[in-house]
Design a protein around this ligand. Structure first.
Ligand code: RB5
Length: 161
C-alpha cells in the first residue's frame, strides 16, 4: 500500500489480489480494468476463461496472498459469492464477506474489517458491484471497542479450532 497526494487528498493505492471461477470471470475482468484505472496494483490469479472450473482453487490463492501479506486486499467472484467466501474463510487471518449492496459492503469494512470481498456475480449487476468494491476499499475499520472485541472473539474461534 502507498499513498498518493492528489491536490489536498491523500489517496490510498493498494495491492489487490483477484480471482474468479467461470461464473465470476466477466466480473473479474471488469474489476481488473476499473481497479487498475483507479491506480491500484491488481494481481490477477485467474481463472482466465469461462471454461468450467472450481472456486476453491482461486479462493485459496487469493486468500493466501492476503494472509501472507503479499496483497493488501483480496477480491473473489463466483456465481453467488458464497462458495468463494466459505473457502476463503478457511485460511487463517482471512475475514471474507459477501455483500449484496453498497451499504453492506461498507459495513463489511467498518464493522467486520473484511480483508477479502466475495462478489455475487450472477445476482448483482456489474455497475453495482463496482460501487460496492469502491465503497469497501475506501471505508476504514471503525476502531470502536465493540467491533475490536467481537473480532478478537472471532480470532479466538479460529485459534481454538
Ligand atoms: C458455479 O456454477 C457456482 O456454483 C459457483 O460460481 C458459486 O456460485 C458457488 O458458490
Amino acid at each position: 500500500m502507498f499513498l498518493l497526494v492528489d491536490g489536498e487528498n491523500l489517496i490510498m493505492k493498494l495491492k489487490i489480489a483477484i480471482g474468479a471461477d467461470h461464473a465470476g470471470f466477466k466480473v473479474k475482468e471488469a474489476m481488473v480494468k476499473s481497479l487498475s484505472q483507479l491506480g491500484h496494483t491488481v494481481v490477477d490469479m485467474g481463472t482466465y476463461s469461462e471454461d468450467s472450473t472450481d472456486y476453491p482453487d482461486y479462493a485459496e490463492k487469493v486468500a493466501k496472498a492476503v494472509s501472507k501479506g503479499l496483497s493488501d486486499r483480496g477480491i473473489l467472484a463466483c456465481g453467488s459469492g458464497l462458495g468463494m467466501c466459505i473457502a476463503a474463510n478457511k485460511v487463517k487471518g482471512i475475514r471474507a464477506a459477501t455483500p449484496w449492496s453498497v451499504d453492506v459492503a461498507k459495513l463489511a469494512a467498518q464493522h467486520n474489517w473484511a480483508n477479502v470481498l466475495c462478489l455475487p456475480s450472477r445476482f448483482v449487476p456489474i455497475s453495482q458491484l463496482k460501487l460496492m468494491v469502491k465503497a469497501w476499499l475506501k471505508t476504514p475499520f471503525d476502531k470502536d471497542q465493540r467491533h475490536a472485541r467481537r473480532l478478537k472473539k472471532v480470532r479466538k474461534i479460529e485459534s481454538n479450532s
